[in-house]
Write a protein that binds this ligand. Sequence first.
Ligand SMILES: [Zn+2]
Length: 130
Amino acid sequence: MAKAICVYCQTEFKIIKTGAYVIDMFLQPPQPYKIWSADVWGCPRCGKQIVQGFGSKPLYEHFEENFKENLDRILGSKNEDDWVLFNYEKPVDFIMADDSFIQKMKEIFKEAKHPVFGGLNILQKGGDFQ
Ligand SMILES: [Zn+2]
């Protein structure tokens, strides 16, 4: 089992969530292209979190026949144990997403009960979504 140490606190990270969904995004405007299962680790002292423990292969890839159905199922899950995170692969100050994509994401996440991290507040640039 891998271990990780917080540089700031010199303390071992602990697993706080196994099997979180991580959606890799590419292109501009960003599009989902791979969905992974991975673990979220947190520093018990400062609360910083990282994602690691990715499998050797993604669960789903964009060229696969039912990628969209799986993406919609994950994004629309009502299960609060289904964590969803986004990976933009490189730092961005802001991301220009087209309006239809943002609107679709807002509609999906409006009903979602699970935690969603990162994607929309970056996409929306100060909108009312979090
Ligand atoms: Zn720490």
